[in-house]
Structures are given as C-alpha cells and as structure tokens.
Design a protein around this ligand. Structure first.
Ligand code: SF4
Length: 230
C-alpha cells in the first residue's frame, strides 16, 4: 500500500458523477442598453482601440456628413467609472475630444471638487458625431450610434455609470425617464451601479441645478471610493 500523501493544494480527483457532468455552458453576452440588438454591437471586437478605429471610419448615419470628426471618447480604458454625455458640440468636434468646451470645463471643476481625476475615469457620449447646430440627436441617429456605446460599456467594463443629462439617461436607463425625477437615484443592472445627474450644460443655463448635481457627485465619489479593488 502506498504511503504517499496528497500535497496540500493538489486538485481532488473528479468523482464519476463529476466526470459524467456536461461541461459548463457559457451564456452569450447580453445587451446592456435597453432595446439594443447585441449582435449589432460589434461582439467580435475585443479592444477599445479596435472599436475606436471602426468608429472613426463610421458613416452609419447622417451626422457624419456635417461634422469634422468622430469623437469616440477619452480616458482610462479600464476605468471603473464611466460618464456618458449627449454628443459632441463645436469645441469637441474641433478637438476630437469629449467635454472640452464650457460644459466640459465645468465638468472638470466638478470632478476636481469631488477629488476624481479625469485620467482615471472614461468619458463618452451617446452619439459620436456633432449634431448640426447642437440640436438633439434624432432617434434614428441614436439607434445607429448606441451600438458603439454598448460595445464601449462591454470593453471598458465600468462598475459605475453616470448618465449626464436626459438623453444619456433615456438611452442607458429607460426611454421614458425624466432627468428631474430620476437624478440621484441609484439603480443596478447586470452588476453595474447606474446614476443620472444633470448635464453640465444644463448647469450653465440654470444655476438652481448646481446644488443637486453636487449632491449627486458626492454620492458618486463615495460609491467610487467604496468599490472593492479589482
Ligand atoms: S454618429 Fe455614430 S453612427 Fe452616426 S456616423 Fe457618427 S459614429 Fe457613426
């Protein structure tokens, strides 16, 4: 009889029942955004860089005809905190970067006040091309472009998503939500925490939105600090 003892971390041998069990079925990834057809959200793309390259060549909607360039998004590709705005404005269209105009400068100030570094988060928009005259993107333009947003969420894999303004809230949370009602409320979907707050551009138009937005950012900061290390 062998006197050999199994090592401390040896794998126990599989039982006959375990050997007969079928291998684990891995469910295909599901769409995160309501109403998105995941199959059209570039599931074959496995890096943010690859997705950016595809988006920069995109002509899937008319917005590309009237803008200078596609504004894909900016930040830490592994960010645990993702901000989603509406779409690029004139300054963003010129710079090729999101949130660099007056609203972006205000967002920077809010991030600094909340002790969040822009370089550690990721900032994207619902549509990647500037709507002419800064109009709201049309539903068909949003429908085309949200596949990129869906893929960005999959590839960045943030634990907290912050919707800035009505459009982002309606695309990410529910088409029927109103920003004045939903802001400041935490939701969970597919293991991610989601919160909506006012868009910085709205704060430039209405001072009264500053206080509730700051309350939301304090909650975002606290939730971010409380995240377990990855
Ligand atoms: S807005 Fe989006 S879908 Fe439309 S052309 Fe630009 S990147 Fe493509």
């Amino acid at each position: 009889m062998s006197t050999e003892q199994p090592g401390l971390f040896d794998e126990p041998e599989a039982t006959p029942a375990e050997r007969a069990a079928p291998s684990k079925v891995i469910n295909p990834p599901q769409a995160f955004l309501p109403g998105v057809n995941y199959e059209q959200s570039y599931p074959q793309i496995s890096s943010l860089q690859e997705l950016r390259s595809l988006a920069l060549k995109c002509r899937n909607c008319r917005l590309r005809d009237g803008c200078q360039q596609v504004v894909f998004g900016e930040g830490n590709p592994c960010a645990r905190l993702l901000f989603i705005g509406e779409g690029p404005g004139k300054d963003e269209d010129e710079a090729g970067l999101p949130f660099v105009g007056r609203a972006g400068q205000l967002l920077d100030k809010i991030l600094i006040a909340a002790e969040l570094k822009r370089s550690e988060v990721y900032i994207a928009n619902v549509v990647k091309c500037r709507p002419p005259g800064n109009r709201l993107p049309n539903p068909d333009e949003v429908k085309q472009c949200r596949n990129y947003l869906e893929a960005q969420i999959r590839l960045i894999n943030p634990q907290i998503i912050v919707c800035l303004g009505s459009l982002a809230s309606q695309v990410v949370i529910d088409p029927a939500v109103r920003i004045t009602k939903i802001r400041g409320t935490w939701l969970t979907r597919q293991g991610r925490s989601i919160i909506a707050t006012f868009h910085p551009a709205a704060l430039l138009r209405n001072e009264a939105y500053k206080r509730p937005t700051w309350e939301d950012f304090k909650a975002i900061r606290d939730a971010y600090r409380a995240l377990p290390a990855r």
